[in-house]
Design a protein. Structure first.
Length: 145
């Protein structure tokens, strides 16, 4: 990635605190930050840049969002939350849960006799398990705020 003058940027995969502040001042409700997180499954253990979270938090007052939350270790998620991350997306975990539950059902039952609603129900139930798991990771069980 290059800057507005064509110079190559180091760490272009990370949020720039100056740009985070500029974006936050546009009136948006929340800001998705890139702090070592990525969409999809990780190869290895992700290492979030908490120094970056802290610097961005000092400059903005709106909540931060963490995309690519699937597979980030519990301790890193909880530290990110303690530093101002208010929302975490785990779409990869949800899609994987849904598809794997449907596949398991198809493997157990004759497909010609399998009602379509059963596939959806199996996927939704497995997805609910994933949501409960991530609610625990995010320390949001039983919270209404």
């Amino acid at each position: 990635m290059t800057d507005e003058f064509g110079a190559k940027l180091e760490n272009a995969h990370l949020s720039d605190p100056d740009w985070a502040e500029r974006l936050a001042n546009t009136g948006i409700d929340c800001l998705a930050v890139a702090i070592g997180n990525a969409h999809g499954f990780y190869e290895g253990v992700p290492e979030l840049r908490f120094d970056l979270v802290e610097e961005i938090r000092e400059r903005i007052s709106i909540p931060m969002v963490l995309h690519g939350g699937t597979g980030i270790p519990r301790d890193q998620v909880q530290r990110a939350i303690s530093l101002g991350v208010a929302k975490m997306n785990v779409g990869t975990a949800l899609r994987y849960a849904f598809v794997s539950a449907a596949k398991e059902l198809c493997d157990r039952e004759p497909v010609r006799d399998l009602p379509l609603m059963a596939l959806g129900t199996a996927g939704i139930e497995r997805g609910a398990e994933v949501v409960r798991e991530y609610m625990g990771i995010a320390m949001s069980e039983g919270r209404l705020d």
